[in-house]
Design a protein around this ligand. Structure first.
Ligand code: SAM
Length: 251
């Protein structure tokens, strides 16, 4: 008898139509190598196994070993590891990520995937609805570091809203599926750019001048940008303006 562990964000899916729709959203076909994070009882893994060339599915909870091994999926490798500790450089061929993510580490997993791998083709993830809204947000409102960084890599889209009663056990909030195809649109160092964006958003209520002064000297900021720009807040800058500002100060 399996006991669900809240600490691992174990809210499983069973609805076949929904699972098949998620795989469709991800545009998986027989040439694709798919990485899944959080296999759970393997419901999504089974659907992925039918459509992909091969699947590597990570699961942190060893208590799921028996259930997952009994599935006998030929093109699937289950790895009982903490995904946060995996070195993504080991994936030398292009891969797509499809996952119903554990809610307690959604954002760290997304940033890890974006930052650490050059071979990520696309991301299709089930996340809490409010996180999905932040992921796709345009300037102001829910717009933050996560929204800017996703725009840096492509265009995130919500493909479906999933009501809480589709999960077992039922969580307290609704979820959504977000997809993003990775296009390397901007020719700048992604890690340095990420640092710059984080600095600009350090304190939401403060101006760019106050936030950027945490890292750059006030003289340098005044020499590089005009006053109107420095009086703005990070949440008002489009991705193109962020890249342009980054290039000005670091270029
Ligand atoms: N894919 C299954 C489904 O859709 O029914 C389960 C999804 S459930 C939301 C998330 C799964 O991620 C859980 O099985 C949990 O044990 C696993 N998990 C949590 N943290 C993890 C980590 N750091 N590395 C790998 N798996 C993790």
């Amino acid at each position: 008898m399996f006991n669900f562990k809240k600490k691992y964000g174990q809210n499983f899916l069973t609805d076949k139509n929904l699972l098949s729709a998620i795989v469709k959203d991800a545009e998986i076909d027989k040439d694709d190598f798919v990485v899944e994070i959080g296999a759970g009882a393997g419901a999504l893994t089974c659907e992925l196994s039918k459509h992909a060339k091969k699947v590597v599915a990570f699961e942190i909870d060893n208590d799921l070993k028996e259930i997952l091994s009994s599935l006998k999926l030929e093109n699937v490798t289950f790895r009982f590891e903490d995904f946060m500790k995996v070195d993504l450089k080991e994936f030398v061929e292009p891969f797509k990520v499809v996952a119903n993510l554990p809610y307690y580490i959604t954002t760290p997993i997304i940033f890890k995937l974006l930052e650490e791998s050059d071979n990520l083709l696309s991301l299709t993830v089930m996340v809490q609805k409010e996180v999905a809204e932040r992921m796709v947000a345009d300037i102001n409102g829910d717009y933050g570091v996560l929204s800017v960084m996703l725009k840096f890599y492509g265009e995130a889209k919500i493909t479906r809203i999933v009501k809480r009663n589709m999960f077992f056990p039922e969580p307290n909030v609704d979820s959504a599926v977000v997809t993003i195809k990775i296009e390397k649109k901007y020719d700048v160092d992604r890690q340095a750019f990420y640092k710059f964006v984080k600095t600009a958003f350090s304190m939401r209520r403060k101006t760019l001048f106050n936030n950027l002064a945490l890292t750059y000297s006030k003289e340098k900021l005044k020499q590089t940008f005009d006053e109107d720009f420095l009086r703005r807040r990070a949440e008002s800058l489009t991705i193109d303006e962020f890249v342009e500002a980054y290039k000005k100060i670091l270029g």
